[in-house]
Design a protein around this ligand. Structure first.
Ligand code: CUA
Length: 338
């Protein structure tokens, strides 16, 4: 009985100390979304339960090692026990109740953060190796940075052009895989102004670690201003030279994530001085980088692989780009020639 009382006191003490330690170290970055509140609450509750489990295990083990160690000269065998039904029932029922309670809390939290908000704004997210693209269907805009107004719930409709990726902004807490051929949804209600980063949280190849995009949370006015400015710039570009439109398309479609325009090495061949050049191919032949070849390489990237590179370009640009957009891209490549 004396041992049991000592152990219980020690477990309570260690739980409190470890629990206080957990609540005082910053394990998470600032919480910048409404969804972060219930998630952080649940996360902290988990950490307190972990503190208790840690105390249960460590106190019993260490106390036994010291209190029941063999005395000098004692060579007798230990006592023999066979089962303890009450104990087994207790240590089955108690964890079961705790786990069920946590699954209930998890379900409530999930329902909470996936409930549609009032006046939601839709943004379509397209992930591909190794860039992010954001489409604002109502405004007819496409960008490489995610701009969001403060306090308004945004519904992200996400997909992937190639392999699995995962949309993750640590400050917003929520996270969602993007799956080729499927549309996945995620809701975010930003509550703090600032610039954050989308990180890809699913290993997706060579440049996975660099698959980042800025997320800017703006005031509603700032956001409206930005939208208007972008729409104006878009209208101006549409009446401007094709090469300029192509430059913008190359950016928003993620081309420049792999193809450099300054001749430096990239995951894909550089576009600098490529137009009309003879390109060595992996099969030993060469091909002239004319319009026909470039169009084929955009629509069917695996048809002719440039020597020294891998066949990893997303194959769907023939579906996602219009013929006019492909022409603009080729005009841009041409403008990068000598
Ligand atoms: Cu995309 Cu990792």
């Amino acid at each position: 009985m004396k041992h049991l009382v000592t152990v219980v006191v020690l477990i309570v003490a260690v739980t409190v100390i470890v629990g206080v330690f957990f609540s005082n170290i910053d394990l998470t970055p600032i919480a910048a979304s409404a969804e972060a509140t219930p998630i952080d609450w649940l996360f902290n509750l988990h950490m307190q339960v972990i503190a208790f489990l840690f105390a249960m295990i460590m106190v019993f083990v260490l106390y036994s090692v010291f209190a029941f160690r063999r005395k000098p000269g004692d060579d007798s065998d230990g006592d023999y026990f066979h089962g303890h039904t009450t104990l087994e029932i207790v240590w089955t029922i108690v964890p079961l109740v705790i786990v069920l309670y946590f699954s209930y809390l998890g379900a409530v939290t999930l329902a909470d953060i996936t409930t549609p908000g009032d006046n939601e704004m839709v943004v379509e997210v397209t992930a591909q190796q190794w860039s992010w693209r954001f489409d604002y269907p109502e405004a007819g805009l496409t960008t490489t940075e995610l701009n969001l107004p403060l306090g308004r719930t945004v519904l992200l409709k996400m997909t992937s052009n190639d392999v699995l990726h995962d949309f993750w902004v640590p400050e917003f807490r929520v996270k969602q895989d993007t799956v080729p051929g499927m549309t996945k949804e995620l809701r975010i209600t930003p509550t703090e102004l600032g610039t954050y980063k989308v990180r890809c949280a699913e290993l997706c190849g060579t440049d996975h670690a660099y698959m980042l995009a800025n997320v800017n949370v703006m005031t509603s006015d700032g956001f409206e201003e930005w939208l208007a400015g972008e729409q104006e710039a878009l209208a101006a570009a549409e009446s401007g030279p094709a090469a300029e439109r192509g430059a913008k398309l190359a950016e928003v479609n993620g081309c420049t994530a792999c193809h450099t325009i300054d001749g430096s090495p990239g995951v894909g061949p550089t576009w600098l001085n490529m137009y009309e050049e003879d390109i060595p191919l992996a099969d030993g032949s060469t091909v002239k980088a004319d319009e026909e070849y470039l169009r084929e390489s955009i629509v069917d990237p695996g048809a002719k692989i440039v020597d020294g590179f891998n066949n990893i370009m997303p194959p769907k640009f023939g579906e996602t780009l219009s013929a006019e957009e492909i022409d603009a891209l080729i005009a841009y490549m041409e403008s990068l020639g000598e």
